[in-house]
Unconditional design. Structure first.
Length: 113
């Protein structure tokens, strides 16, 4: 019987859902996995999830700026795969600078432009 590719997608999706709250240092949940025991897909989604949570308004606090979120993530670096965190922070920083640059150029244009 041929294996259906949907099974692989569902398996990966279930891993992300289950393990994206695990921490690189082993202090996460639900299973206390540590380091490379955590599936790669879950390690990647964890970073995106934390960054999104920090930069989004919550009922109990206002959103942090991207710079503030990055500083918080750096201060809790033991929670993340260090290689993925480094790549994420580099990419996020450059994306932020580009967005800021574009925003400033939009602000300086006049209505007649």
């Amino acid at each position: 019987m041929v294996k259906h590719p949907v099974n692989d997608v569902l398996k990966s999706t279930c891993e992300v859902i289950r393990y994206h709250h695990e921490r690189w240092d082993g202090k996460g949940y639900p299973d206390g996995l540590k380091g490379t025991e955590i599936p790669l897909s879950a390690r990647i989604v964890k970073l995106a999830d934390v960054f999104d949570a920090l930069t989004s308004d919550r009922c109990y606090r206002n959103a942090y700026s991207p710079e503030g979120a990055i500083e918080i993530m750096k201060s809790d670096a033991d929670a993340f795969d260090p290689e993925i965190l480094e790549l994420f922070l580099k990419r996020t920083f450059f994306m932020f600078l580009e967005r800021r640059k574009q925003g400033e150029s939009h602000k300086t244009k006049s209505v007649s432009d």
